[in-house]
Write a protein that binds this ligand. Structure first.
Ligand SMILES: NC(=O)c1ccc[n+]([C@@H]2O[C@H](COP(=O)([O-])OP(=O)(O)OC[C@H]3O[C@@H](n4cnc5c(N)ncnc54)[C@H](O)[C@@H]3O)[C@@H](O)[C@H]2O)c1
Length: 375
C-alpha cells in the first residue's frame, strides 16, 4: 500500500518536443513544469536546426547527450525512460509526432490547438482513441480559477440566451513585433484561428458543453502580409446564439480577452485585466462581484489554485501551473482535482468549429459544424 502510494507520487519523466529557447511559449511551460516540482525533464528534440537545438541543453539544464536531433532518435533511445512527451511545435503536421509517440506508448501533453488540418485531426483522433493514448492539451485559460468558477456560476443566470467572447490583439500592426515565418502564411485554417479562436472555442465548449450547429464567419486579411488577421463569427446553438471576435489587428489591445454571457435571469462578465473576479448582474439591476473572498464560491475560494493570498494577483503563469498540477493528478491518479481539461473529442471539436468558421467566411454562407465525427 505504502509502496503503491510512493510510486504514485513519483515525479513524471517527460521529454520536450519543439519548445526551443526561441519559441514564444517555451519559457511559460518550463517555469510551470518546474513550479509544480512533479516532473523531471529527461530529454528533448527542440528544433530541426542543429545549432539552435543544442543550445537548449543550457536552456532546459539537461546534458548535451539528452538533446536529440530527431524525434525518431529520441524515441529509440529514451522510450523506456520517459512517460510523457510535451509537444510544443507549431500546430501543422502535429499528427506525425502524435503517431510516433502513441505507437511507442508515450503519453502526450500538447500545446493547443490539437492539429491545424481537420482531416489529419480526424485521423489522428481515431488513432489516439483506439490506442487509448494518454492525451491532454494545455488550453491555459481553463486553468484560471475564475473561469473554472464561471462554469458553475452559469446556473445563476437562468437559461443562456446569448454570449460574446472576444480576444483582440495587435501584433500584426505593431512595428516592434517579430512575427515568426510560419505565422505569416496561412495554409488552410488561418493561423489567427489556430492561435486565438481555438482559445475562445475552448472556453465556449468548456462552459456550455456543446458546440454550435452552424456558424457565419467574416474574415479580413492583413494588407501587407496577406494572412487573415481579424475575424468575427456568429454561432448558432440549439437554444442560444453567440458571437466571437478575435484579432491581431486591433491597435491598443494587448490580449483583452473577455467573456460576457447573458441569460433569462441575469448576466456574467469576466475580463483578463481582472482575472480573479466575475461580475454578476441579477437581472433586476443589482451587480455583485464574485471574487476570492466570497465564501459561497466553489473554486475561487480554494487557495490550492493560487500562488498566494487575495491581494497578490495570480495570472497567466499560475493558470499554467494549475494545468501541470492537474496533469500530474490525471496521469498518476487518473483524476483531476479540479475540472480543467477538455477531452480528446472536444479537442477535435475545436478544430471542427474553427474550420467551419473559415469555410463559412470563404464561401460567404452559414456553415454547418460537423459534430458526429467519431461519436
Ligand atoms: N497557450 C498559449 O497561450 C500559447 C501561446 C503561444 C503559442 N501557443 C501554441 O504553442 C505552439 C508553438 O507556438 P510558438 O509560438 O511557441 O511557436 P514558435 O515558432 O515560437 O516555436 C516553435 C518551436 O518548435 C520548434 N520546432 C518546430 N518544429 C519542430 C520539429 N518538427 N521538431 C522539433 N522542434 C520543432 C522550433 O525550433 C521552436 O523552438 C503553437 O501550437 C501555438 O498555438 C500557445
Amino acid at each position: 500500500m505504502v509502496q503503491n502510494l510512493k510510486h504514485k507520487n513519483k515525479k513524471i519523466k517527460i521529454a520536450i518536443i519543439g519548445g526551443g529557447y526561441d519559441s514564444t511559449i517555451s519559457k511559460t511551460h518550463l517555469r510551470s513544469i518546474l513550479a509544480t516540482n512533479k516532473f523531471t525533464i529527461i530529454c528533448g528534440c527542440f528544433s530541426r536546426n542543429r545549432n539552435k537545438n543544442v543550445k537548449n541543453s543550457d536552456f532546459y539544464k539537461i546534458p548535451l547527450n539528452k538533446v536529440y536531433s530527431s524525434i525518431d532518435e529520441l524515441i529509440k533511445r529514451e522510450k523506456e525512460n520517459i512517460e510523457l512527451a510535451v509537444v510544443l511545435t507549431p500546430p501543422h503536421n502535429r499528427n506525425k509526432i502524435y503517431y510516433k509517440l502513441a505507437k511507442n506508448k508515450i503519453g502526450i501533453i500538447s500545446e493547443k490547438p490539437f492539429e491545424a488540418n481537420i482531416s489529419e485531426a480526424k485521423k489522428i483522433y481515431e488513432f489516439l482513441k483506439k490506442r487509448k493514448t494518454f492525451f491532454v492539451s494545455t488550453y491555459n485559460y481553463l486553468g484560471y480559477p475564475a473561469i473554472i468558477e464561471l462554469k458553475q456560476a452559469i446556473r445563476k443566470i437562468g437559461k443562456v440566451r446569448n454570449f460574446i467572447l472576444e480576444m483582440p490583439q495587435q501584433s500584426s500592426i505593431l512595428k516592434s513585433t517579430n512575427i515568426k515565418k510560419w505565422r505569416k502564411k496561412d495554409i488552410g485554417v488561418p493561423n489567427l484561428h489556430l492561435d486565438l479562436a481555438s482559445h475562445l472555442v475552448s472556453i465556449m465548449i468548456y462552459i456550455f458543453n456543446q458546440i454550435p450547429q452552424k456558424v457565419l464567419g467574416f474574415e479580413n486579411k492583413n494588407q501587407k502580409y496577406k494572412y487573415v488577421d481579424n475575424c468575427y463569427a456568429w454561432l448558432k446553438f440549439k437554444k442560444f446564439n453567440g458571437q466571437i471576435w478575435f484579432s491581431k489587428n486591433a491597435a491598443g489591445n494587448k490580449n483583452e480577452l473577455s467573456i460576457k454571457i447573458f441569460g433569462t435571469k441575469g448576466g456574467l462578465k469576466w475580463k483578463h485585466s481582472s482575472p480573479e473576479e466575475i461580475l454578476f448582474n441579477d437581472g433586476v439591476g443589482h451587480s455583485f462581484k464574485i471574487d476570492r473572498l466570497n465564501p459561497k464560491t466553489k473554486y475561487l475560494k480554494i487557495s490550492d489554485l493560487f500562488t498566494y493570498s487575495p491581494g497578490h494577483p495570480s495570472g497567466f503563469l499560475d493558470a499554467f501551473i494549475n494545468i501541470y498540477e492537474q496533469i500530474f493528478n490525471i496521469y498518476r491518479f487518473k483524476k483531476s482535482k479540479y475540472p480543467i481539461f477538455l477531452d480528446l473529442k472536444q479537442n477535435l471539436d475545436i478544430i471542427s468549429v474553427i474550420n467551419s468558421i473559415h469555410l463559412s467566411s470563404k464561401k460567404n454562407i452559414w456553415q454547418k459544424v460537423q459534430s458526429k465525427i467519431g461519436r
